[in-house]
Ligand binder design. Structure first.
Ligand SMILES: Nc1ncnc2c1ncn2[C@@H]1O[C@H](COP(=O)(O)OP(=O)(O)O)[C@@H](O)[C@H]1O
Ligand SMILES: [Mg+2]
Length: 205
């Protein structure tokens, strides 16, 4: 299975979710690997320092992704995408089974991500099948509830909305600590509960 994190905007949580996800999968004894498709290389460094056993690949061109990802032997491949909707993102969607689209919590954030959905639809027309797509509302403020409008907009775009993640210091600190929130201190527990709940949701069916 190939899972891609995509969104043309930077800073929405693609790398944070990708590194947490690959680490969680490996803790479930699933042979999972990370492909870092972002030239900045931050998620590959993070994942390597976090768990030396995690297979980490850096593939930064569309050609490399199209040629090599399907040849990787691990059971689940998590590809962390770059910002932008260039050919790297398009190539990721051409090989992915699932596209996770982290985005900010407002309808405006969701609309901004709708260009990614347009690319998903193009890929659908080319492949004849759509990578399953889901929005992950990220950086939710305290007591934030997803608005009805946001849920309707997502539905119009044909995508699920997963449980969201709060705006939490623990997530912001996790990269610097080369850790994942469930291995951090007690203050990180609410963040851990949230992201583990998200993964349970994603893999429940
Ligand atoms: N839920 C969250 N709460 C607080 N900070 C977050 C959260 N998700 C991501 N961040 C922080 O926001 C910044 C951008 O996240 P990142 O995962 O690198 O986004 P992207 O890969 O989409 O550019 C990072 O500093 C990260 O630590
Ligand atoms: Mg990133």
């Amino acid at each position: 299975m190939i899972i891609a994190t995509v969104n043309q905007k930077g800073g929405v949580g693609k790398s944070t979710i990708a590194v947490h996800l690959v680490t969680w999968l490996r803790e479930q004894n699933i042979n999972a690997a990370l492909v870092d498709a972002d030239r900045q290389g931050s998620s590959s460094e993070w994942a390597k320092e976090l768990d030396t056993a995690t297979p980490v690949y850096r593939l930064q061109s569309a050609d490399e992704i199209l040629d090599e990802v399907k040849l990787l032997s691990e059971k689940v491949i998590v590809i962390d995408g770059p910002a932008g909707l260039g050919e790297v993102t398009r190539s990721m969607l051409l090989v992915a089974d699932v596209a996770l689209i982290p985005c900010g919590p407002s309808v405006l954030d969701l609309r901004a991500a709708s260009d990614a959905v347009r690319v998903l639809d193009q890929v659908h027309r080319i492949r004849g099948e759509k990578p399953k797509g889901a929005f992950i509302p990220n950086k939710l403020q305290k007591n934030y509830r997803l608005s009805e409008e946001l849920l309707i907009t997502a539905k119009t775009l044909g995508l699920d909305v997963t449980p969201g993640l709060g705006l939490r210091q623990a997530f912001a600190d996790s990269a610097g600590q080369k850790s994942v929130v469930w291995r951090m201190n007690r203050q990180a527990e609410p963040a851990a509960t949230e992201i583990l709940g998200l993964f349970d949701h994603l893999f429940a069916n």
